[in-house]
Design a protein around this ligand. Structure first.
Ligand code: TXE
Length: 488
């Protein structure tokens, strides 16, 4: 097995300096739990307050930096991420457990996100245009609408995409002239630190970017509670998102949530069945189903239901589950022991509530001790818990629909609204679906997981709150609008 180094200097980055903390933690490799990936410093509330104050002081300077200066910093970070995608991808696969090709692709996408926002700093960020000049209805009065940075931005991210989700928050925050305090998930400290280490060498003024590794309860909460944090972008579970929304909203700071999904892939009778099965396998099971855009509900028109299930079962049977760093592995381990236990508990719930077991759902032994399980597939009813609640693991269910109308109704029958896909050769149904699926993103003849980095990302209902992330739309959250009137 490939064993990498133990990262031992994984420390906080506060006001331009690397700091240790009173307590430390370790992260281990979910493919081989005997392998320590990092020993990291665990920040406390005191360090969080120091970082927030540093970001506040740095904002005064950074918010008046030139667009070119901001663009140069972001371009430099993006270039290094792209240049080092293989070694950072190795670290990501070691610490989170997604396969090496998936991990390398994620780091590359993080680099592309930083490069995209280098352009945004020039094109349309705060203080650099991105506004408009209008004639007033009053004689002699000029109007200009401009965008200004919001201030100190708190960034709190989940463990499942530890490079690209922080990238699509930190890059626009800096591009639009804000300062940042970043708190990654505790499961992936070395990934958060590796990204911060690159940012620390990009010639940002001290305090403009800060890294705090530590618990959500203590360090995350400090960002939520501090009156000096002007905006908070959170990606994580719906439950924690609710808590963040209430606390940050109450103190009238800006808040943006990306929280969960129970995404549907609809397969109509006229679909190319092999392509539909490919979309289902990729969307539901790759990255061990640990993606908010995963298609955990497969809604299949009756006429092709049995043929689809048979083909999908065959594909699942042929998948290789193994060590994330091994060549030819389709699905790595799930991220930690707790997630494995939760996923297996969901298999039990499915059986107990009467869902019909089709394939998988058991823990697997491999040459190294890790959190391995076979991808699970059940035939379910719409009222079953596995068809309603987010599982965030390699478990999907098939729901039968008599026709397109019933399939659309089932697709929308969920408290979430992140994304939805449809496999069909009917232009009429594809166009109707794109307009009537109550989600933030739709896919036609594509997996629901896998999006571009330069267009809006996000959902409705329980899947998101506030402006969309990514692309030009990111300016909505990371800037505030000002209207100026002048009598010439
Ligand atoms: O979430 P958690 P996880 C969702 C996905 C799944 C979850 C997995 O649907 O439910 O994220 O990520 C910090 N105050 N999405 O398990 O536990 C915590 O330390 C402040 C949706 O990590 O909620 C971590 O840094 N912070 C998404 C972060 O919150 C707190 C895409 C998330 O932790 C906190 C990816 C608190 N009280 C995953 N408690 C989408 N829809 O786009 C915890 N944290």
């Amino acid at each position: 097995m490939i064993h990498g180094e133990i990262h031992q200097n994984v420390r906080q980055y506060i006001n331009g300096r690397w700091e240790t903390s009173a307590t430390t933690g370790v992260s281990v490799n979910p493919s081989d739990t005997s392998e320590v990936v990092a020993e990291y410093a665990r920040a406390d509330r005191r360090q969080a307050d120091i970082a927030i104050r540093a970001a506040t002081e740095a904002f005064a300077h950074w918010s008046h930096s030139t667009p070119q200066r901001r663009a140069d910093v972001l371009d430099r970070i993006g270039a290094e991420l792209l240049a080092r995608k293989d070694d950072l991808g190795l670290l990501l696969a070691r610490e989170e457990g997604k396969t090496l090709p998936e991990a390398v692709a994620e780091v590359a996408r993080a680099g592309q996100v930083f490069k995209f926002f280098a352009g945004e700093a020039i094109r349309g960020g705060a203080g650099s245009g991105g506004g408009e000049n209008l004639a007033s209805v009053r004689a002699g009065v000029q109007i200009d609408v401009t965008r200004e940075p919001v201030g100190v931005v708190g960034v709190i991210t989940p463990w499942n995409s530890p490079f690209v989700i922080p990238a699509w928050k930190i890059a626009p925050a800096l591009a639009h002239g804000n300062s940042v305090v970043f708190k990654p998930a505790e499961l992936v400290p070395a990934c958060g630190w590796a990204l911060a280490e690159i940012i620390s060498r990009a010639a940002l003024p001290a305090g403009t970017f800060n890294l705090l590794m530590g618990s959500g309860r203590e360090v995350g909460q400090a960002l939520v509670d501090s009156p000096l944090v002007d905006a908070l972008s959170f990606t994580g579970s719906a439950a924690n998102g609710e808590r963040v929304l209430q606390a940050v909203g109450l103190r009238r700071a800006k808040v943006q949530l990306e929280t969960g999904g129970k995404n549907a892939l609809v397969v109509l009778a006229d679909a190319d069945l092999d392509r539909a099965v490919d979309c289902a396998v990729q969307g539901a099971y790759f990255s061990a189903g640990q993606r908010c855009t995963a298609s955990s509900r497969l809604i299949v028109e009756s006429a092709v239901h049995d043929a689809f299930v048979a083909k999908l079962r065959q594909r699942l049977k042929a998948l290789t589950i193994g060590h994330a760093l091994e060549r030819g592995v389709d699905i790595g381990p799930v991220a930690d022991e707790e997630r494995l236990a939760q996923n297996l508990a969901w298999v039990g719930i499915a059986r107990n509530e009467g869902a019909e077991h089709v394939w998988g759902g058991e823990a697997l032994e491999r040459a190294t001790t890790g959190h391995y399980m076979s991808p699970a597939l059940f035939l379910a009813k719409p009222a079953h818990r596995i068809a309603r609640e987010e599982i965030f693991g390699p478990l999907a269910c098939v729901l039968r629909a008599d026709d397109y109308d019933e399939a659309l109704a089932l697709c929308n029958d969920t408290p979430f609204g992140l994304c939805a896909g449809i496999c069909t050769n009917s232009l009429k149904h594809a166009m109707h679906f794109r307009r009537h699926a109550v989600v933030g993103m739709t896919m036609v003849n594509l997996p629901t997981a896998g999006v571009d980095f330069h267009v809006p990302f996000g959902g409705r209902k329980g899947s998101g709150y506030g402006p969309r992330e990514q692309g030009r739309h990111a300016a909505e959250f990371y800037t505030t609008v000002k209207t100026g009137y002048m009598l010439a």
